[in-house]
Design a protein around this ligand. Structure first.
Ligand SMILES: Nc1ncnc2c1ncn2[C@@H]1O[C@H](COP(=O)(O)OP(=O)(O)OP(=O)(O)O)[C@@H](O)[C@H]1O
Length: 251
């Protein structure tokens, strides 16, 4: 078996006020997988994600990314390997142009000149935003800003792309276009979402976190059709959506 890209073992964490948010979480993600992280509000999903690039430090247990422990001495490399796209694109876009925002991370790693330009354009091409390279991000629509936020992370050539609620606030066409983009990328994906049809469409595997514990780690279809599991952990499908009536599932 190859080394997992993401290897979380026995991760436990309490916030400074004493609230225990994670109780011994195990999660192994291999190269090329797309995994959905599901669970009700307050389950600990964000807390887990914030451990993946060292924003929070494990109380107990460990996180490694392609064999490298998430620890203070490796943070720069860990943050290159783990690209997190936060829910609000405006948390990620803060410079004058799309080019500057996408160049920011790779320039910090020392890339310059033509190599930096190529990296920026390649990342924007992947999300279909190359024509917007000289536009100010605040002149773009929300869906376009989300794509540029994904490009800022792709420009770092991460080993794992972590997306927090990628479909939120997108209109149906933008939601589908982003799904097409994510499916086309040659990168390992961990996606936090409450949008269960999106999880089914994009992620063959789902991990369900509830009250700081992994309660299921199975094919997404199996999770979404397990009525007992779904109702026990406050997971609900949108009205009228039946996973059994989907023609083809992602691989
Ligand atoms: N800074 C903090 N201090 C204390 N408790 C916190 C803090 N941040 C989160 N929590 C608590 O930790 C638990 C897990 O929160 P977390 O944000 O990880 O959940 P989540 O699964 O991401 O929820 P949501 O789906 O609502 O985004 C919750 O009970 C929350 O109230």
């Amino acid at each position: 078996m190859t080394t997992p890209v993401l290897d979380v073992r026995g991760l436990a964490f309490a916030y400074p006020d004493g609230h225990q948010a994670l109780f011994g979480v195990d999660l192994h993600v291999h190269r090329g997988e797309r995994v959905a992280l599901l669970g009700p509000n307050g389950a600990g999903k964000t807390t887990l994600v914030l451990h993946l690039n060292g924003i929070l430090a494990a109380g107990r247990g460990s996180v490694t990314v392609s064999g490298l422990p998430v620890a203070k001495e490796h943070l720069k490399e860990i943050r290159r390997r783990v690209g997190i796209v936060f829910q609000d694109p405006d948390d990620q876009l803060f410079l004058g142009t799309v080019r500057q925002d996408v160049a920011f991370g790779p320039a910090n790693l020392g890339l310059k000149g033509a190599a930096l330009d190529r990296r920026v354009m390649d990342a924007l091409d992947l999300v279909g935003m190359a024509d917007f390279v000289d536009r100010p991000p605040h002149h773009l629509s929300y869906g376009q800003r989300r794509r540029v936020a994904v490009a800022t992370v792709l420009a770092m050539e991460p080993e794992i792309l972590v997306l927090d609620e990628p479909s939120s606030n997108l209109d149906p066409a933008s939601r589908r276009e982003l799904a097409d983009i994510l499916r086309s990328l040659d990168v390992t994906v961990l996606m936090v979402t409450h949008d269960l049809p999106y999880a089914l469409e994009l992620c063959p595997r789902s991990v369900v976190l509830s009250e700081g514990v992994v309660v299921a780690d199975r094919p997404t279809f199996d999770v979404l059709t397990d009525d007992e599991l779904m109702s026990a952990h406050r997971l609900e499908l949108p009205w009228g959506f039946d996973p059994r009536r989907i023609d083809s599932l992602p691989r």
